[in-house]
Ligand binder design. Structure first.
Ligand code: NDP
Ligand code: 2IT
Length: 445
């Protein structure tokens, strides 16, 4: 760690006790910024790093709701509005029992740089709740979303803060949230949320965007190495929104996806994952991935355990933070893995990331590799602003162009800073530079 940057990290840790994921995300960025301060001494003078690490606003609120038995339930809601130098705060909402301030802050911090990399006019933010959607009825989900929005609406707006989905928040939840926002404000303000349904202001390709974008990014990384995805054996963790559409695009490009997972266990289908079954189980029926084996008897399921011991050439963590450890990274390398790209946010532990970088395989960090989701959210905002709806092909072409440009920018920035092929350095520095330059221009606000 650079001697000018280390005291800033220590200060962040001291000021935000107990938020280990936030500390990890800040450390991962700050340890790459030393050379930036040498090249741009004005950033130190303006205390840009210190300011970027302190959210502009943090909102924590009570979310009371009634379950189907009429019992009162209380959850905690969060929205961390991290940085608005480039545009309105933008980032998803996560509903998961494990959510606390440290998770939302790590996600919001990552989002600043990811959003900057997209080249779209969006700042960084994130929110969510410790509400656990598992086992809840549709009515309970609706009542929870309505209560959540009854407090959050006052902080949102198409020019202020624009949430979307993340773990546990998909099209259904965005619908209930938008409905309540519309009712309270008496405004059909489409651009206040993204990930909306196609009938009421959503964009084609938003559902697929994070997964598709991830694969476009992997394709670019392989292209640099004179390689492609055709025939490659792939393992994708998770079986939610990001994982499903990563698998779909991989299959379209001729790759062979043999494994995916959920928080209960790991599914292996050597004949290739049947994506229609996964969609039916996870998107429609909201069931467990293990049930796949009742329909495909030859497939194997094991409860718990790691997915990363399944030999593959391409590994795509698409579930959650810190799901791929240093040990997993070594196992993947031993088994011949040549590319890893992060569909999830911060899925690789610091030790895992160091292992991939030392091995010089193609390693795409989440900030760059999974930026296609939020980029397409910004395309949805564009369509809302001009009351337009683009075709699937046109929107997908835009997404593909954005992912190629993110790859080019990260690759070029890594070279400029003397670390060719290191996309972690490339993504952190390229994202940081855009935000930092804007913050200097906007003065001390
Ligand atoms: P979903 O809720 O649709 O799916 C999440 C998947 O990950 C599920 O299969 C879930 O299993 C699994 N999972 C979640 N938490 C854990 C855990 N603690 N351990 C093991 N498995 C877990 O979410 P998304 O697909 O939208 O999000 C996945 C990741 O991608 C997250 O890190 C998110 O931040 C990131 N991301 C999402 C974007 C988006 O546009 N949606 C954009 C960019 C990044 P189960 O079904 O058992 O809960
Ligand atoms: O982590 C992410 O980039 C997301 N969950 C998507 C955010 C968005 O605003 O589309």
């Amino acid at each position: 760690m650079d001697e000018k940057v280390d005291p800033i990290l220590q200060e962040v840790i001291a000021r935000n006790p107990g938020e280990s994921e936030f500390h990890q995300a800040v450390r991962e960025v700050l340890e790459t910024l030393g050379p930036v301060l040498v090249k741009y001494p004005e950033f130190a003078r303006h205390k840009i790093i210190e300011r970027i690490c302190e959210p502009e606003r943090q909102i924590i609120f009570r979310v009371p709701w009634q379950d189907d038995k009429g019992q009162v339930q209380i959850n905690r809601g969060f929205r961390v509005e991290f940085n608005s130098a480039l545009g309105p705060y933008k980032g998803g909402l996560r509903f998961r029992a494990s959510v606390y301030l440290g998770i939302i802050k790590f996600l919001g911090f990552e989002q600043i740089f990811k959003n900057a990399l997209t080249g779209m006019p969006i700042g960084g933010g994130k929110g969510g709740s410790d509400f656990d959607p598992k086992g809840k009825s549709n009515d309970e989900i609706m009542r929870f979303c309505q209560s959540f929005m009854t407090e959050l609406y006052r902080h949102l707006g198409e020019y202020t803060d624009v949430p979307a989905g993340d773990i546990g928040v998909g099209g259904r939840e965005i619908g209930y949230l938008f409905g309540q926002y519309k009712r309270i404000t008496n405004r059909y303000e489409s651009g206040v949320l993204t990930g909306k349904g196609l009938e009421w202001g959503g964009s084609l390709v938003r559902t697929e965007a994070t997964g598709y974008g991830l694969i476009f990014f992997v394709r670019e990384m392989l292209k640099v190495r004179g390689d492609d995805l055709a025939g490659k054996t792939c393992v994708v963790s998770g079986s939610g929104n990001v994982a499903i559409y990563a698998i779909e695009k991989l299959q379209e490009l001729g790759a062979r996806v043999i494994a995916c997972s959920d928080s209960d266990g790991v599914l292996l289908d050597e004949q290739g994952i049947d994506l229609e079954i996964v969609k039916q189980l996870k998107e429609k029926e909201r069931r467990r991935i293990g049930e796949y084996t009742t329909l495909r008897k030859h497939a194997h399921y094991r409860a718990k355990g790691t997915i990363w011991d399944i030999p593959c050439q391409v590994a795509l963590p698409c579930a959650t933070q810190n799901e791929l450890t240093g040990k997993d990274a070594n196992t993947l390398l031993k088994n011949g893995c040549i590319a890893v790209a992060e569909g999830a946010n911060m899925p690789t532990t610091p030790e895992g990331a160091r292992t991939f970088l030392a091995a010089k395989i193609a390693y795409g960090p989440g900030k760059a590799a999974n930026a296609g989701g939020v980029a397409t959210s910004a395309l949805e905002m564009q369509q809302n602003a001009c009351r337009d709806a683009w075709t699937f092909d046109y929107t997908q072409q835009k997404l593909e162009a954005i992912m190629k440009e993110i790859h080019r920018l990260c690759h070029q920035t890594a070279e400029e800073f003397g670390m060719p092929g290191n996309y972690v350095i490339g993504a952190n520095i390229a994202g940081f530079l855009k935000v930092a330059k804007a913050m200097v221009a906007l003065g001390l606000v």
